[in-house]
Design a protein around this ligand. Structure first.
Ligand code: UDP
Ligand code: MG
Length: 326
């Protein structure tokens, strides 16, 4: 049965976001109140801020905001665990029928949340927010993102192009997601594998409202690396294929050397044909070992089953938004 007035939770991971939080809370809260008044979503809907071990006043701000706005909740992680883990902590602590995850910096257009809810009501369990215009991103960010999505697709990973972690999940999609016990959970790769009905809503990506990106190059590379190695065995296979090709090539060279030795009188092996293969094979072996090592490391990390995060503190919402007049 289609839920016509679902309880909606909006999850917002925050890491050192003191500069944007007040504005984010005010804008999203205004939107949520509007949706409650229009009976688009239920009065029990709420906003959940996850403080990912910030070093600034983010947590104090969240607790102030929860006093100021009745439907704001917060959880604080014991230390910085990264965006994906903060998001998972948030998702696991929601109660609504549908959950929207969004970044704290207002780069994603919050007005499409309403479209997402409408798609949910039409029977979609997953609604992807897709950026159709990234002109406000830096040249580097835009091109590295294109490269990232292309590379992932090339590796056979079913990723939605230009979709980050702005999405709506129904309670049952969330339950399916929660059954994944992986330590390195790459949500953008996992969610499309859940199945269920899904659709996309598009929006224009804005500039960060304030502050700096909390995703420096190092974190971006780590995410790309994780994305590939958690989902794809293509690098392993590519190395194996390369190994076969190199082997075939060296067989041909051997045959050629034999031919020169038997049928010509210029049988002095050249320097290149004897020395270069040593380097070539040495390089390939190292590369192969590196790739295998990466997968072994993944197995090692997964087998430990370490918890993804610890919650240090939490704030419940202080009250409910008034029910609209009948
Ligand atoms: N974030 C987080 N933990 C981290 C890094 C980032 O919770 O270790 C949050 C951050 O506060 C923001 C979201 O993840 O809400 C996306 O980060 P950001 O906007 O800096 O990334 P960008 O848009 O530059 O890729
Ligand atoms: Mg951002």
């Amino acid at each position: 049965m289609i839920n016509t007035c679902p309880a909606l939770d909006i999850v917002i991971p925050c890491y050192n976001e003191e500069e944007v939080l007040a504005e984010t809370a005010s804008r999203i809260s205004e939107l949520l109140c509007k949706m409650i008044r229009n009976k688009t979503v239920a009065a029990t809907s709420c906003i959940l801020f996850v403080d990912d071990g910030s070093a600034d006043t983010t947590w104090q701000l969240i607790s102030e905001l929860s006093r100021q706005y009745p439907h704001i909740r917060g959880i604080q992680l014991s230390r910085n665990r990264g965006h994906q883990n903060a998001l998972l902590a948030g998702l696991a602590n929601t109660r609504g029928d549908a959950v929207v995850s969004i970044d704290a910096d207002l780069q994603d257009d919050i007005n499409v949340i309403e479209d997402m809810v409408n798609c949910f009501k039409e029977g979609n369990d997953i609604v992807y927010g897709v950026r159709d215009d990234r002109s406000t991103d830096t040249f580097f960010k835009r091109h590295s993102a294109i490269l990232f999505y292309r590379l992932l697709r090339l590796m056979g990973i079913d990723i939605i192009i230009n979709h980050a972690d702005y999405r709506l999940l129904s309670r049952r999609a969330l339950q399916a997601l929660n059954q994944h016990q992986e330590v390195n959970l790459f949500l953008r790769g996992i969610v499309p594998t859940l199945g269920f009905n899904s659709c996309k809503v598009t929006y224009k990506r804005n500039e960060r409202f304030a502050g700096e990106s909390k995703y420096p190059l190092k974190k971006m590379l780590a995410l790309a690396f994780d994305g590939i190695t958690s989902f794809s065995a293509v690098p392993l296979r590519a190395i194996a294929i390369l190994g076969i090709l190199v082997f075939a090539f060296s067989m041909l060279i051997s045959l050629w050397a034999l031919w020169v030795r038997l049928f010509t009188d210029t049988a002095v092996p050249g320097w290149a044909s004897s020395v270069l293969p040593i380097y070539l094979l040495g390089g390939l072996q190292l590369l192969g070992m590196g790739v295998v090592g990466e997968y072994v490391a993944k197995v090692y990390l997964e087998t430990k089953r370490r918890p993804k995060y610890f919650i240090a503190d939490s704030i419940e919402e202080q009250g409910r938004i008034e029910e609209p007049e009948a």
